[in-house]
Structure formats: structure tokens, C-alpha cells
Design a protein around this ligand. Structure first.
Ligand code: IPE
Ligand code: IPE
Ligand code: MG
Length: 246
């Protein structure tokens, strides 16, 4: 039985979040520039989006560039931005064909003009698609997002629009960049590290975590199926006892 056949279509994660890591090491092991790893990583993005879309996964969030990644050498940052622009342009027709909607979270104002513009065009063009929503996390970090949410909430309290005593978890969720997206059920991190690197700290409260040593450029459809099968073996108790669930 193939991995795909073993997946229970009735128990799919509604939202998968992925920390796509290991591009640089993948390239280095081949004696190539880091850039080559990022290029090959784009192919993985395409394959994983296709697989998720074919399976009927509702949301797929992909960590493509963190706030901290701005501290990389300028040449690498520039190369990543250029690659993103080219990839979005190239992939938009296929996103349309597959009914995939693109969205983005992060401090997008920090992106170079061309990158921001190209991204926005694709978001607008795919906005009526009803299949999988792919959310690119760009110039994103969770602490940036939470800090920004606090600022917005305080401003509303100061203006009298919001009563401080009414602030609850829902208020906070509503002010995060993920406000229209359900929390991830499954988090995947490739590349061998077991850390969150400032990704979706609030939203991952009850996600299942899947870590693999496979570098992102080698993570393709079969690897996604493996992660989903792992997820389907977990019992999600949300604080209750196993007996309560049955
Ligand atoms: C992930 O791969 C891509 C980005 C963070 C943009 P890395 O570039 O971090 O690759 P490694 O971790 O150095 O191998
Ligand atoms: C995390 O990868 C960010 C992305 C995948 C975009 P990093 O390679 O930047 O993470 P750290 O710094 O090693 O934790
Ligand atoms: Mg890395």
C-alpha cells in the first residue's frame, strides 16, 4: 500500500504549517552556493503545494523568510527576494488552475517594492479561489506579530473603542496577522533543528509537531504524506483524558 493510500481522508489536518529549513546545508553538501539550495527549495514548495491541494488540505502556511533572516548577508537576502518574485510570477497560472488562493503574513512593508507588488498581484488574482489557501510567512516573526497586536489593542482601549475588561483570548487572536486562519493542526520542520525560530508561538499552542532531518529541497510529496501519517497516529486530547474522547 502506498503512503498516499494509507492516509485517512476523513482525518486530515485542516491547517499544516511548515518551517522550510536546510536549503543552505543541502547546497553545501553538494559543493554549491546556498542560492542553489534556495532554488531547489522552490521546487519543493511547488510539489508540496500540489500535494496539499490534491489532498484537500484547507490551509498551508509556509515560513519562507523570518524577521531574523534580514540579518543574513545582503547578497543572500537579495537573492531570496529575486527568487521569490520569479517563483510567484511563474507559479501564478498553476495556482489558478489548481484553485489555490495565496495569502501572506508578516511585516510586508519591509519587503522591497517589487517583491511586495508581485506578491500583492498574485494575492489579488487568486483571491476568489476556493481550494487550498497557501499562506507565505514573509518578514514574519511571532514576537513582532504579538507586539503589534498589543499596540493595536492598547490603541483601541485608549480611544474608548474597546473595554480593557472585555479582552480575552479571542481579542488577541483577532489582532494577529492570522486572524482569518484557524490554528495549525500540524507543524512540520525540516532540516533537523527542533526549534520554533519565532514562528506562530500563539497559534501553535495545540499543534502536533513533526521534525525531520530531511533538508527542505529533498522534502517532496512522499515526505508530506509521511508527516500526515504521523499526525494521524496522534491522539489529540486538548487536556482531557483518553477515556473522555471515546
Ligand atoms: C531555509 O534554509 C530557508 C530560509 C531560512 C530562507 P536555510 O537557508 O536556513 O538553510 P540552512 O539552515 O542554512 O541549511
Ligand atoms: C527559520 O529558519 C526561518 C525560515 C525557515 C524562514 P532559520 O534557518 O532562519 O532558523 P534558525 O535561525 O537556524 O533557527
Ligand atoms: Mg536554516
Amino acid at each position: 500500500m502506498s503512503l498516499l493510500d494509507r492516509i485517512d481522508a476523513k482525518r486530515l489536518p485542516r491547517h499544516i504549517a511548515i518551517i522550510m529549513d536546510g536549503n543552505g546545508r543541502w547546497a553545501k553538501e553538494r559543493g554549491e552556493e546556498r542560492y542553489v539550495g534556495h532554488q531547489e527549495g522552490v521546487v519543493s514548495v511547488r510539489k508540496v503545494v500540489e500535494a496539499a491541494s490534491d489532498l484537500g488540505i484547507r490551509y498551508l502556511t509556509m515560513y519562507a523568510f523570518s524577521t531574523e533572516n534580514w540579518n543574513r548577508p545582503k547578497e543572500e537576502v537579495d537573492a531570496l527576494m529575486t527568487l521569490m518574485v520569479a517563483a510567484i510570477k511563474k507559479e501564478t497560472p498553476d495556482l489558478m488552475k489548481n484553485n489555490v488562493r495565496l495569502d501572506a503574513i508578516g511585516n510586508l512593508a519591509r519587503l522591497p517594492e517589487l517583491a511586495r507588488h508581485t506578491l500583492q498581484e498574485c494575492i489579488d488574482e487568486t483571491s476568489s479561489n476556493t481550494g487550498t489557501t497557501v499562506v507565505l510567512a514573509l518578514s514574519y516573526s511571532s514576537r513582532w506579530e504579538i507586539t503589534d497586536a498589543v499596540r493595536q489593542i492598547v490603541a483601541q482601549v485608549e480611544s474608548g473603542e474597546l473595554d480593557a475588561r472585555s479582552i480575552d483570548e479571542e481579542t488577541i487572536s483577532r489582532h494577529l496577522t492570522t486572524r482569518n486562519i484557524p490554528d495549525p493542526d500540524l507543524l512540520i520542520r525540516t532540516g533537523g533543528e527542533r526549534r520554533l525560530s519565532n514562528f506562530l508561538l500563539w497559534q501553535l499552542s495545540y499543534a502536533e509537531f513533526y521534525f525531520t532531518g530531511i533538508y527542505w529541497p529533498d522534502f517532496r510529496k512522499e515526505e508530506l504524506y509521511e508527516a500526515i501519517l504521523y499526525y494521524q497516529q496522534r491522539e489529540r486530547r486538548f487536556g482531557r483524558t483518553s477515556e473522555q474522547l471515546n
